[in-house]
Structure formats: structure tokens, C-alpha cells
Design a binder for this molecule. Structure first.
Ligand code: G3P
Ligand code: CA
Length: 275
């Protein structure tokens, strides 16, 4: 059964198609593009030698066969690790045919550390418009360096200063209002997304930090506070929700007029939306 919405909801692959291939790898992003995702989400961190890499956790322990903090490792150290060796695909969990290997061997190609630069190249070569939602992770540790490097890289791809925020194929997301303010100061037309894990009383009126157009609440906030979504929309904000994996949550997003669904299962969400 499909639940086609009245408006076109953007489907964003969270860390790539991260239930089909290991998160934040080229394999996961290629799958997302092949599967028709409108946009890709990625987290970025700085290595010890100043490269932006797509890694979610502070340390590489969970998602690779190595150990240590990304910030303490150089790109060459990270390049020696396998980011595809680490776990079984959740898509197989509990199924009768659950394999004893992890991700399918063919989905484990392209699993060395992914630089943001390589991801930008992939998007540039996609052959169609694929948007990118880049999340700055723990930017306070680096006092502006993450945003600075990010903008230098975006500039190299001609993406740092879109003519208007509505046309931008790139947006920057963060749980840190300060990080978003740094981005806006450097590039006022680059859209920013304020991520929210919980709804604090101070935010309930549906206002966002100055200059932020897009709210990024968790699906838990949306389930528990649907009126908050209405308030955001009434205040003229777009709403991008994460991480939406269950069909009933997709349906709720359709019902509430959410603008973008960020999901580990882009193919399943597209299917649910009738696309
Ligand atoms: O897309 C936003 C979402 O990714 C934020 O949470 O922990 O998955 O980075 P996290
Ligand atoms: Ca993220």
C-alpha cells in the first residue's frame, strides 16, 4: 500500500542507505543514489591533520576495525582501516535467511574511510540532482575549524554561496546553534538546519535560532508533539525529521506535511510514498 502525499517529501538517506551497506561508506551512498534518494545525510569530523571525514562517532571503534578518536588520527591512519567490517546489516536481523556473514560481500566494496571531498565528487557525478545534508559533529571542540574547512571545501565545488537558500543543493545541520551561526556568518545563503533531540520548554513556541530556516526534530519529538510541527510551519520553517524508519512514522510525516524524511531505509520510504 502506498501513502502518496499531496506534496513532494524529500527522502534523505541517513549515513547513506545505511541498512543495506555500512554507514558513511561510499558503498552506502552509491546504493542511496541508485535507489533514488533525493538527498544524502552525512556527519563530518576533522582528522588530526585537518581533513573532513564522514564518521558519526567520536571514535572509530564501533564502525571500523581500528580504535581511537578521529581527532587523534591522521587521514592516512584512517585510510588503513576497514569501515565495512563491523556489523551485520540490520535489514537481516531476525529473518530466517539471516546470513552468517555481515553485509553482503558486494556491499562491502568501497568501505575505506570516506572523505567529504570524495562524497562531494560522488554527488557531482551522480548524473541528477542529489542534495547533501552535512552535519557538523561536536564543532565546539574545534572552535570554528570544522565550519571553516567545510566552507573551503564547498567553495571548491562551487557550493558555498548559493544564489538563494531555496536553490541550494547543500545544507548544513547541527545540534549546535553556534556552529550554524558560524556557517551563516560565512555564507548567509547556505541553508542551515537546527537539529533537536528533545523539545525543551524554551523551544516549544516553534521559534528557531536567528537566521535558521529549517528545524530538524527527532521522530520522537514529532510523535509526541505534533502541534510543535504545526507551530514550526506556521512560523514559516521547513521541517526535516530523523530518523524515520517505520512505515507508520512515514505515514505520520505525510499527514503532518513534513518536508524531508531522513531515513536509514530510503528505498522502503520511497516505496511507502508511492515513488
Ligand atoms: O539527521 C540528523 C541525525 O543524523 C542526527 O543524529 O546521531 O544520527 O547524527 P545522529
Ligand atoms: Ca547525523
Amino acid at each position: 500500500m502506498t501513502h502518496a502525499p499531496q506534496h513532494r517529501i524529500q527522502v534523505v538517506a541517513h549515513r547513506g542507505a545505511s541498512e543495506e551497506a555500512p554507514e558513511h561508506t561510499l558503498a552506502a551512498y552509491k546504493k542511496a543514489i541508485e535507489g533514488g534518494a533525493d538527498a544524502l545525510e552525512c556527519d563530518v569530523r576533522l582528522t588530526a591533520d585537518g581533513h573532513l571525514v564522514c564518521v558519526h562517532d567520536r571514535r572509530v571503534n564501533r564502525t571500523s576495525n581500528g580504535r581511537g578518536a578521529v581527532s587523534a588520527l591522521e587521514l592516512a591512519d584512517l585510510a588503513a582501516l576497514d569501515f565495512g567490517s563491523w556489523k551485520k546489516s540490520p535489514a537481516w536481523r531476525g529473518r530466517d535467511e539471516e546470513p552468517d556473514w555481515e553485509f553482503r560481500p558486494e556491499d562491502r566494496a568501497d568501505t575505506s574511510v570516506l572523505t567529504l571531498e570524495r562524497l562531494l565528487e560522488l554527488v557531482a557525478d551522480a548524473g541528477r540532482r542529489v542534495e547533501l545534508a552535512i552535519e557538523t559533529k561536536h564543532p565546539t571542540r574545534w572552535a570554528g575549524q570544522v565550519e571553516e574547512r567545510l566552507l573551503v571545501l564547498l567553495k571548491r565545488f562551487g557550493l558555498d554561496a548559493p544564489a538563494g537558500s531555496a536553490d541550494s543543493p547543500v545544507r548544513v545541520m547541527s545540534f549546535s546553534a553556534r556552529s550554524l551561526a558560524r556557517v551563516r556568518a560565512a555564507s548567509p545563503t547556505l541553508p542551515t538546519v537546527y537539529l533537536l533531540q528533545f523539545l525543551s520548554p524554551r523551544l516549544r513556541d516553534g521559534r528557531l535560532p536567528a537566521g535558521v530556516r529549517i528545524a530538524g526534530p527527532s521522530i520522537r519529538i514529532v510523535r509526541n508533539h505534533p502541534a510543535y510541527v504545526e507551530r514550526l510551519k506556521r512560523n514559516g520553517h521547513q521541517v526535516h525529521v530523523w530518523t524515520v524508519n517505520e512505515p507508520e512514522d512515514v505515514d505520520l510525516c505525510v499527514e503532518l506535511g513534513i518536508d524531508a524524511i531522513i531515513t536509514n531505509r530510503p528505498a522502503a520510504v520511497l516505496d511507502r510514498l508511492g515513488r
